[in-house]
Ligand binder design. Sequence first.
Ligand code: ATP
Length: 350
Amino acid sequence: MPDFRIAVLPGDGIGPDVTNEGLKTLRAVETVLPELRFHCDELSVGAGEFLRSGNPLPPETMERMKDYDAILLGAMGLPGVRWPDGKEMTPQIDIREVLDLYCGVRPIRTYHPDDSPLKRGANIDFVLIRENTEGLFYGRHGSADLDADDAKDTMRVTRHASVRLFHSAFKMARDRRKKVTLVDKANVLPSMAYFRTIFQQIAKEYPDVETEACYVDAAALFLVRRPQDFDVMVTENMFGDILSDLAAGLVGGMGMAPSGDLGDKYAVFQPSHGTAPDIAGKGIANPVAMILSTAMMLDWLPGEAAKEGGRRLHRAVESVLADPSARTPDVGGTMKTHEMGDRIAAAVLA
Ligand code: ATP
């Protein structure tokens, strides 16, 4: 019987609310597939943990995470809770780096055309893959003298990280519509020309997959003009950070955008959104991104039973969202967080 150990990190703000709904749907999957068992342990990480212990990601908690088959994360951070130098606390980024979760997978899909602000927003279905361990985010390890005359950040691109990232993108495309779009700024930045050269080298190993490359500014335009043309889009860390929010906006906003941060050994699944302090505690956060992230975890776990669980949970979300009135307020509806979770869990059990 496949037994999986799951570390659950609800975090701050709306994190615990949406995590509850993700777990509710996981229990529903367990009910319909009794051969699957999930042992979930809650771990405290985030701004709340900082206020308790002085560290948003205590080293022993970080170490414990390595004992689990997968990690489910809500959202982390609270307004006003910052390091003494004013920098935001970002334990979710630290976790990516410590566990070497190099491949940030962000599926973007319209479940109903009404959710998109685009006139022609139906049938958007692509995956944005974001490099997670270096790129322009590498600059976060530096510091700036706020009284100096200039400040610099370094964009780091390594062959090692790029090669494994591109292999992940091409393998994913083989299971989809067989097209990979590289997004870079190779016309301006030497690191991006290097990134593109490696992409072209790896592409030769996948002759069955169509490729194209576009600059990040053009990608922003094409995402709005013709998002249906994309299948798998791969890019560096900061470009991926920005474009994934734009992409989420195309299909109903942050509450509809799941993500998985994958490494070779570990993986963290979390909604693409943050802690949404403006709606925390109101019971109206959209749990769909968290529930879809839970489904992605099932897809990723080994064995046919978990994959069947993932298919069932994806189908349940599809069937609920086919009704455009089944929506939380961020997507124009009136449902509460728990009502949406109940509805999707019921669809799993149906
Ligand atoms: P971070 O810097 O951690 O990404 P942020 O405050 O910039 O945090 P979010 O927390 O993602 O960004 O919130 C951006 C906007 O989207 C807010 O108006 C928030 O209320 C809304 N939002 C985010 N997630 C959800 C959700 N699950 N349901 C409803 N609205 C959401």
